[in-house]
Design a protein around this ligand. Sequence first.
Ligand SMILES: [Fe+2]
Ligand SMILES: [Fe+2]
Length: 198
Amino acid sequence: MKLKDSQTYLNLARAYAAECQARTRYEFVEYGFRYNGYEAIAQTIDKIAYQEFNHARMLYTFIQDAEVDQVDNIDICAGFPFKQKWELADNLKLLAEDEEDEADAYAKFIDTANAEGFVEIAKLFENIRNVEIMHAKVFKELYNQFSSGELYKKDTETIWYCPACGYFEVGKEAWETCPLCEAKQGVCNVVMPEGYII
Ligand SMILES: [Fe+2]
Ligand SMILES: [Fe+2]
C-alpha cells in the first residue's frame, strides 16, 4: 500500500494538527502563569510546548517524505480540544487530560500503522506517545502541587534553587524573595518526583 492511500497518511496529518494546536494551547497557559509571576511553571510549560513543536516537525517531515511531488491539502475530519479557559489551576488539569487523550489517539495510530505495514511510522507514533504519557504525568503533578499550595512548601527537606542568580538553600519551604537577588518566589525551581522528566 502506498502511504498516500493509507489511513496512516491521514493519521500523520491528524497528529500534526493536534501537535500544532497543543503547542499553541500550551503557550496560552504558559502566558497565564508568566503573567501571574509563576516563572518556573511557565518555563516548564514552555519546554513541553517546544517538545510538541518537535513532534509536529517530525510528523510533517514524514508527510513530506512520502511524496516526491508537492503535497497539497490533506483533508482530515477530527475533533480537537477547546477546553482551556484562563483559570491557572484548571488549565493544568485540562492539559493533563489533553495529553491522556493524545496518548489514546496515538495508541490507535500505532495499531493502524502496523496493520498497514508502516513500521517506521508506527515507531514514530510510539516514541511520541511515550512522551505524551510523561507530559500528562508532569501536568498532573503540577496541578496537584499548585492547587494544594505545596509548590513551594514540602513535608521534607528540599533543595531550593534560584535560576536567576544561582542561590540555593535546603529547607521545607522556599523563600518569598530570593535572599541574594530578590527574585520573586515564582522564579524558584519546581520540584518533581523522581523519574519525572521535563
Ligand atoms: Fe506531542
Ligand atoms: Fe505532549
